[in-house]
Ligand binder design. Structure first.
Ligand SMILES: [Zn+2]
Length: 291
């Protein structure tokens, strides 16, 4: 007799097979990810039940207010206290989701990862083209002289870290509330989205700007959503899977490239090289004509 569990399992299998099929048919995949991608690495997200916003901040302020530009400028001491306790996870390791996506990039299918995370776990897993929309805690700079500092420097010091050259306050290269995202990152993200033939959205409830607005750049309906809770796009997406992103991606993305995939990757590479060559020639022609 079929039980509810069997039916659930069956539905899950069907969905993962569908995802496998979509990946197989695509050559230019973009992944757009949020905090849910890193929770399986032990990094809490912001908005869920036990997320950072719902935890006790340990301060007289709400967590959501602490990570703002004005708060940082007025109370750097409290900011750093919270930051060290809640936003730094230097020992976190990539999980199945990060690893599967790195695999997909190596297989020549994933063109870009657009992430809202600041933990560098995609790069640690081996991904090359990662657009860090909100920056990274691994990059820091002096607000007075611009000298760059690694995360180690922040970890080695207590309280507000000061520049060893000029004494200025060091800040992480992350986007705080009230601050604008870096233009070149947003541009790169939009460019990748416009070109993709499959968009996989994972670990985000799609409520955070600008990720929430990114989907408008997709001119097709080849959108897959993998998230534990529902999002406003669930109904319009081609496929929605409410499950662990690590498990789903690990199952859907093949461990090794098949002969066909290798051949497809080779063709794609040749196509890209030819296009780059044509662009180069056009440029040279233009320069000649200009003279
Ligand atoms: Zn300095």
């Amino acid at each position: 007799m079929e039980t509810r569990l069997d039916r659930y399992k069956g539905a899950r299998e069907t969905k993962i097979n569908k995802l496998r099929e979509l990946i197989d048919q695509s050559e230019n995949i973009v992944f757009l990810g949020g905090a849910g991608v890193s929770t399986e690495s032990g990094i809490p997200d912001f908005r869920s039940g036990d997320g950072i916003y719902n935890q006790e901040s340990g301060l007289a302020y709400r967590a959501v207010d602490v990570i703002s530009h004005s708060f940082f400028m007025e109370h750097p001491e409290e900011f750093y206290d919270f930051y060290r306790r809640k936003l730094l996870y230097p020992d976190a390791k990539p999980n199945k989701a990060h690893k599967a996506l790195a695999r997909l990039e190596r297989q020549g299918k994933l063109m870009a990862i657009i992430t809202q995370n600041i933990d560098k776990l995609h790069q640690d897993a081996g991904s090359k083209n990662t657009i860090e929309l909100h920056g990274s805690v691994f990059r820091n700079h002096c607000m007075d002289c611009g000298k760059k500092f690694k995360l180690d420097y922040i970890l080695e010091h207590t309280g507000v870290p000061h520049c060893d050259r000029c004494g200025g306050i060091i800040r992480p290269d992350i986007t705080l509330y009230e601050e604008n995202l870096e233009h070149d990152k947003v541009d790169a993200a939009i460019k990748a989205l416009k070109k993709c033939d499959l968009l996989i959205i994972g670990g985000t409830s799609l409520t955070v700007y600008p990720a929430a607005t990114f989907v408008q750049f997709i001119k097709h309906n080849r959108v897959v959503i993998i998230n534990k809770s529902s999002t406003y796009l669930d109904l319009s997406a081609m496929l929605t899977i409410h499950d662990s992103i690590g498990a789903v991606l690990d199952e859907a993305i093949p461990k090794r490239r098949t002969k066909e995939q290798l051949e497809a990757a080779r063709k794609l590479k040749a196509k890209r090289e030819a296009a780059a060559l044509r662009a180069q020639k056009r440029l040279e022609k233009k320069e000649k004509e200009g003279k």
